[in-house]
Design a protein around this ligand. Structure first.
Ligand code: SF4
Ligand code: SF4
Ligand code: FES
Length: 260
């Protein structure tokens, strides 16, 4: 992330010294503070787009732009209010008079392990992450999670040795680290949950039948000719094939993709 201070921010330098913000002539612009510097940005932008409008070139704190990678963890307060908000910059909208900064990295502990050498996966979570036992049930992690996950509950599930429940409750975790940044017990919830999902997947979840069927088909060479044909296509033919592929629709079922 690098700030130039250019763009929309140059259009106004409201009375910051007086701790008041003059409203811009254009009512569609809102004042926001990025790392304590005032900018005016169009209303309705995500925090990420607002930062870019203000002249920031994001080289850290950005990834998928779709709410999946967790790279854009952001914290902000609205001027005059006490509450600290946690957000994903690519998902949450900029609001007037917000003071924001990004946390593109949080120095959390990550245990290392080899799943093949684990005898008791449920017990092992306490060996790898003994600090889980320090959870005081304060609910701060739940309030911090921009995904709205039941973080405290998945921590409790790990403490009970219920890795299936922990895996289920943490499934939509994007590893942003905001829960860990706020935890008074200094627990690395999302890394422990990653272990829970891996261990559950490795030791307990039923092996899907379709996976075995597809592996058998691959080994028997069912797709060999098709793959061989693909390797002979040029870039234009590959592109045409790609854009006309079947795609899953949001309402279920499949539709043909429409390319440009
Ligand atoms: S913030 Fe930490 S101590 Fe509080 S409930 Fe969550 S894991 Fe437990
Ligand atoms: S559980 Fe923690 S790391 Fe995962 S999305 Fe929520 S706040 Fe981010
Ligand atoms: S950029 Fe990936 S979640 Fe925001």
């Amino acid at each position: 992330m690098g700030g130039t201070g250019a763009g929309g921010g140059e259009m106004a330098r409201a009375g910051k010294e007086k701790n008041t913000v003059e409203q811009p002539a254009d009512a569609n612009m809102i004042p926001i503070y990025i790392m304590n510097k005032l900018y005016y940005v169009p209303d309705g932008l995500t925090i990420m787009r607002a930062m870019e409008h203000a002249g920031y070139r994001l080289v850290r704190g950005v990834g998928c732009r779709g709410g999946f990678c967790g790279a854009c963890a952001t914290t902000y307060r609205v001027e005059g209010a006490y509450r600290l908000h946690m957000a994903l910059a690519c998902q949450d909208l900029a609001v007037p008079n917000m003071h924001l900064t990004q946390l593109p990295y949080f120095p959390a502990r990550k245990a290392t392990y080899n799943l093949e050498e684990i005898a008791d996966p449920a017990l092992q979570v306490m060996t790898l992450y003994p600090e889980l036992a320090n959870c005081m049930g304060c609910n701060t992690c739940n309030k911090a999670c921009p995904q709205g996950l039941k973080v405290m509950e998945y921590v409790a599930a790990m403490l009970r040795g219920d890795l299936e429940e922990a895996a289920e409750l943490s499934f939509d975790c994007v590893m942003c680290g905001l829960c860990t940044a706020r935890c008074p017990a200094e627990i690395t919830q999302y890394q422990a949950a990653m272990y829970a999902r891996r261990a559950y997947g490795r030791f307990s979840s039923p092996r899907p039948r379709h996976l075995d069927e597809r592996l058998t088909e691959l080994r028997e060479g069912k797709f060999a000719a098709e793959v061989e044909g693909l390797t002979k296509l040029d870039a234009a033919a590959l592109k045409k094939l790609y854009v006309s592929r079947d795609m899953e629709t949001p309402t279920g079922g499949f539709a043909k993709a429409v390319g440009k």
